[in-house]
Structure formats: structure tokens, C-alpha cells
Design a protein around this ligand. Structure first.
Ligand code: ADP
Ligand code: MG
Length: 210
């Protein structure tokens, strides 16, 4: 099946409160305004299995170790990639995904200190053989992120401490350094409008739309 010229897989990454959910609608609006089709999705979740697992994953009353988290995440990711993302790309859509695999490396690898090589093995085993074409890493110091999410009812991950998010941020940084063709760092401490404009500008350029 040939892919439409506009098919593009875009993910948004960053720690809690970095602004992913605030930037996503701006990206979607820009793509729609250019007459292209959008598939808006998220992880954990995205597919029927992943959305069911998300309820377990984020439940603050459950205690999961890194391996248990990874097994849930990758079962959901397999479903999400094969049953939703790849079909949307095959239909020529722009897929905008709130978190994807970089988050597993950052949170379970960095935050929970699971070996990155073990995550890589699981990824291969689960058949995650398509990475995003473009990833926006919204980078924010954890101290500022905690300030932003203070008002929220915390889910299981949002209860983690500053060191957890510092380690997660380090892994995001290392992955950005290792994949400069894919991962674009955006300073998420700038005003939201600036962050949105920056991301929209990069996406539009990539899609050759204005
Ligand atoms: N650049 C920004 N400057 C100031 N506040 C922001 C910025 N980006 C997001 N916020 C605010 O921070 C909070 C968390 O943003 P959100 O988009 O939900 O983050 P995420 O989805 O990454 O967890 C929201 O209240 C949002 O309005
Ligand atoms: Mg969000």
C-alpha cells in the first residue's frame, strides 16, 4: 500500500505538565486548516486494549513495578500501532500522538531505572517497528512542571517525586541527542503561545503547508 504524501507520524513527549495536551490542539488545527486529515491519539491508550489498560496503568491505588508497567504499556502499544496508527498513516492521515515510545524509555528506564536494553528487547518482541517521523520534546525543568500540575488530581505517575522526573528528563535529553533527525527539543518554559507557534511552524514546514 503506498502512503499518501501527507502521511506523517508525530509524537509529543515530555514530563507531566510540559504542555503536551495544550500544544496538540494547535497542531491539529494547523493540519486541518491545510485540508489534511488528522488522527489524534495518545498513550497509554490509543487503541481499545490500550485504553482499557490505561485505566489500570494510571490508577493511583495500584502499585506496579517497572516490569509490570512495561508489559502493560507494550501490550497497549502493539494494539495502538497496528490497529490504529499504521492504518491511519496508510490512509494518508497526519497522526498526532500524545506520548509514544520515548516515554517508556524516559519513565520506566529513567524514572524507574529499568535497563534501557531490556526495554529495547521488549519493544522488538512486541513488534514496535515504526517510530514517529517527528517528535516534539517539550522540555521543562521538573520544578516548574510540579508547579503547573499542582492543581491536578494526581494520577499514579504524577505522584512521583522530583528525582524521578529529573531522571526521566535526562533520558529524553539523551534520546534527543541520539536522534536529532527525529526529535526536536522545544523550550517548554516559554509562554504557551510561543511553544505552540514553534511546534506549528516546524510541523507546517515538514508537511510543506503554511
Ligand atoms: N508554556 C506554558 N506556559 C505556562 N503554562 C503552561 C504552558 N504549557 C502548559 N501550561 C499549563 O500547564 C498545565 C499542564 O499543561 P498540559 O498541556 O496539561 O501538560 P501535559 O499534557 O504535558 O501534562 C496546564 O494548566 C496548562 O495550561
Ligand atoms: Mg497531558
Amino acid at each position: 500500500m503506498s502512503l499518501s504524501r501527507s502521511a506523517l507520524f508525530v509524537s509529543l513527549e515530555g514530563i507531566e505538565g510540559a504542555g503536551k495536551s495544550s500544544v496538540l490542539p494547535a497542531l491539529a488545527d494547523a493540519v486541518l486548516a491545510a485540508g489534511l486529515e488528522v488522527e489524534l491519539t495518545r498513550e497509554p491508550g490509543g487503541g481499545p486494549l490500550g485504553e482499557a489498560l490505561r485505566q489500570i496503568f494510571l490508577n493511583p491505588s495500584l502499585c506496579l513495578d517497572a516490569s509490570e508497567e512495561l508489559l502493560l504499556l507494550y501490550a497497549g502499544r502493539r494494539d495502538h500501532l497496528h490497529r490504529r496508527i499504521l492504518p491511519a498513516l496508510a490512509a494518508g492521515k497526519v497522526v498526532l500522538c500524545d506520548r509514544f515510545e520515548d516515554s517508556s524509555y524516559a519513565y520506566q528506564g529513567g524514572g524507574r531505572q529499568e535497563a534501557l536494553a531490556r526495554i529495547r528487547q521488549l519493544s522488538q518482541w512486541a513488534g514496535i517497528d515504526r517510530e514517529p517521523d517527528l517528535t516534539f520534546w517539550l522540555d521543562l525543568p521538573p520544578e516548574q512542571a510540579v508547579e503547573r500540575i499542582r492543581a491536578r488530581q494526581p494520577d499514579r505517575l504524577e505522584r512521583e517525586d522530583l528525582d524521578f522526573f529529573r531522571r526521566a528528563r535526562e533520558v529524553f535529553a539523551a534520546r534527543a541527542k541520539g536522534a536529532p533527525h527525529r526529535i526536536v527539543r522545544i523550550d517548554a518554559s516559554l509562554p504557551l503561545a510561543t511553544v505552540q507557534e514553534t511546534a506549528v511552524g516546524i510541523l507546517c514546514e515538514r508537511l510543506s503547508i503554511s
